[in-house]
Write a protein that binds this ligand. Structure first.
Ligand code: AKB
Length: 336
């Protein structure tokens, strides 16, 4: 079978670190784009690497013209905490970069009359629960509920979802003969935990930070309260979801945007698991009011029944397996 040519933006990031190898081992040839030099550990998976800015129109258009891209995994983004430090930059990268991808993909796909699939990782940051009472009483939130984000990142992601749907279904609505070739597929991810990389710039980062610092023999001061609950997912499941939705038959997809979920856990429960494995570690809580507010506005769990039905989504890792079979062994190996 002919290989699909995949453009991965933000290739150096946490998801890219696992996704590139899986794509290369599967039915894909990888073209990677990142602002920085490609991480040496990833170079073996990549056919061609472009160093540059996702908002650079000339660069994007030349990539699409030269590389015959079939599918895009648009991972590049400024995350929620970084976004609140510089909201204008977040908007520029998250909205401008997404528009640039969709526009360049659309131009080339219309010229060649060949569909390009755009896979867009969105986030639980698109939700905005008004207060803790609502958060604690609302469970299994569906894709259409509480979409009132309070962060620039969440607003950008929600807009990016709509922009993708626009390019697939409505682009240049007035032109009757307009043919559309974008196939837009989006997954709203919970907080992701990788054993390989430590995140930066997100607000769900307390979970992976706690595990990685404990494994290095250091103490950790959490920037959220111990009763803070978020949905999380082990990185191999996030990559599994991306590959599953990329392979799904379009006729089976009843919507463009899907929740996925795996397990929900409080900061205290994570600390308890970590302390069992690394009993010398000291874990304390010193909530940062702004970051706490963001976490309090995100749901404790989401309803992913449509993803399960439409493209057979199911996570491989529940909380026990995520820690016992992935995080603890891999992280311990990493720092030993
Ligand atoms: C963040 O914290 O900004 C991200 C996310 C939940 O999308 N990890």
């Amino acid at each position: 079978m002919e290989k699909r040519i995949a453009l991965v933006t933000g290739a150096n990031g946490e998801v890219g670190h696992l996704l590139l190898g899986k794509l290369a081992a599967g039915n894909y040839e990888v073209v990677a784009l990142d602002l920085n030099d490609l991480d040496q550990t990833l170079s073996g998976f990549v056919k061609k690497f472009y160093k540059g800015d996702i908002t650079d129109e000339a660069l994007l258009s030349s990539i699409f013209q030269n590389e015959h891209i079939d599918i895009v995994f648009h991972l590049a983004a400024v995350l929620s905490t970084s976004g609140e430090k510089n909201p204008e930059l977040a908007h520029h990268v998250n909205v401008g970069g997404t528009l640039n991808i969709l526009k360049s993909a659309n131009t080339i796909s219309q010229a060649s009359k060949k569909k390009i699939t755009v896979i867009y990782p969105s986030s639980i940051a698109v939700y905005g629960l008004p207060d803790l009472v609502t958060k604690n009483s609302a469970s299994f939130i569906g894709e259409g509920q509480f979409t009132n984000p309070i962060t620039m990142y969440g607003i950008n992601k929600l807009y990016g979802e709509n922009l993708g749907i626009y390019f697939e279904k409505y682009y240049k609505l007035l032109e009757k003969s307009q043919e559309r070739y974008i196939d837009f597929r989006c997954i709203r991810f919970p907080g992701l935990i990788s054993a390989v990389t430590v995140p930066s710039g997100g607000t769900s980062d307390y979970a992976p930070e706690m595990i990685h610092t404990a494994a290095q023999g250091q103490g950790y001061e959490s920037f959220v309260r111990e009763d803070s609950v978020l949905p999380f997912m082990a990185m191999p499941d996030a990559v599994k979801a991306l590959l599953l939705i990329a392979d799904a038959q379009k006729e089976k997809l009843t919507q463009n945007v899907y929740n996925v979920s795996s397990f929900s856990v409080s900061a205290k429960e994570i600390a308890e698991i970590v302390l069992k494995v690394f009993p010398e570690t000291m874990i304390g809580y010193n909530p940062d009011p702004a970051r706490q507010r963001i976490v309090d506005s995100w749901p404790s769990n989401v309803n992913d029944t449509t993803a399960r039905r439409d493209w057979s989504w199911s996570p491989d890792y529940d909380i026990k397996k995520a820690f016992e079979e992935y995080l603890i062994p891999e992280i311990t190996k990493k720092y030993s």
